[in-house]
Design a protein around this ligand. Structure first.
Ligand SMILES: [Zn+2]
Length: 119
């Protein structure tokens, strides 16, 4: 029973925020809340300062900002965020690190926009 959401892969260039929002069905991937434009942000699982890029596997929709909501929680609780895959350690490939989401359970986010249940 796999739910795979497939999109055309992009080879280059920044990932439009709307593609992340669409893949994540407009829901915060931690708490599952439907988030409106003013109250959501696209989180880099591997921080840009640590080499993270704008590839689909590295981006996830969260409610709040860098200091509020689930995005704020991730930055305030680095150990728990790492344990659930919302953040990824330096040197690891986000596409290979499962992330525990509220809406979908534990999944792997692919760089081809797939969402695959982690077994
Ligand atoms: Zn949330």
């Amino acid at each position: 029973m796999h739910t795979v959401i497939s999109r055309q892969p992009r080879q280059r260039g920044p990932v439009p925020r709307r593609d992340v929002i669409e893949r994540d069905a407009g829901r915060c991937q931690r708490c599952g809340a439907v988030v409106l434009s003013a109250a959501r942000s696209v989180h880099h699982r591997l921080a840009r300062s640590r080499g993270g890029r704008d590839n689909p596997a590295n981006l996830i929709l969260l409610c709040g900002t860098g200091t509020a909501g689930c995005h704020g929680w991730v930055h305030a609780h680095p150990r728990q965020a790492r344990a659930t895959g919302l953040t990824v350690m330096t040197g690891r490939d986000p596409a290979l690190v499962p992330v525990l989401t509220g809406p979908r359970g534990e999944v792997l986010l692919g760089d081809d926009w797939t969402v695959t249940p982690a077994l």
